[in-house]
Design a protein around this ligand. Structure first.
Ligand SMILES: [Zn+2]
Length: 132
């Protein structure tokens, strides 16, 4: 028996696949050369001088960072879908307890319970590593 209800299973599966689609669309849109990340740009400005955008070089570092962030997210989503299908979803990878539904709903890609997440974050902040 999976630790989560079949209703939650279906709901999260749908949401994860949707996020995956959105992510892929976003990545594709950017790799197509559209720099429509800039919030102030209007659709009309697109028609103008977009052929050789002078801001291209300045953006590239940020985009690289974004792309890395996105591929990490995509990986997390894939992993979550995998766990959802193979079983083991909703179980903390660190301590093995069941992750509360509220937490799964808030962050479908989450892999640990709140206690473990806090512990891991603390360890990362102090840089001391696990104290077991
Ligand atoms: Zn845990």
């Amino acid at each position: 028996m999976p630790p989560i209800s079949s209703e939650l299973h279906a709901d999260l599966g749908k949401r994860l696949r949707k996020s995956r689609e959105d992510m892929l669309t976003a990545i594709r849109a950017r790799t197509d050369g559209n720099t429509d990340d800039r919030p102030a740009i209007s659709p009309m400005a697109h028609m103008g001088s977009n052929d050789d955008a002078p801001a291209g070089e300045m953006l590239s570092h940020n985009e690289e960072h974004l792309a890395e962030h996105e591929s990490n997210l995509l990986h997390e989503i894939d992993a979550a879908i995998g766990r959802l299908e193979a079983g083991g979803y909703g179980v903390c990878v660190s301590c093995g307890c069941e992750i509360p539904e509220q937490r799964l709903l808030a962050t479908p890609t989450v892999q640990t319970c709140i206690q473990c997440q806090e512990r891991i974050e603390k360890e990362q902040h102090t840089g001391r590593g696990p104290s077991m």
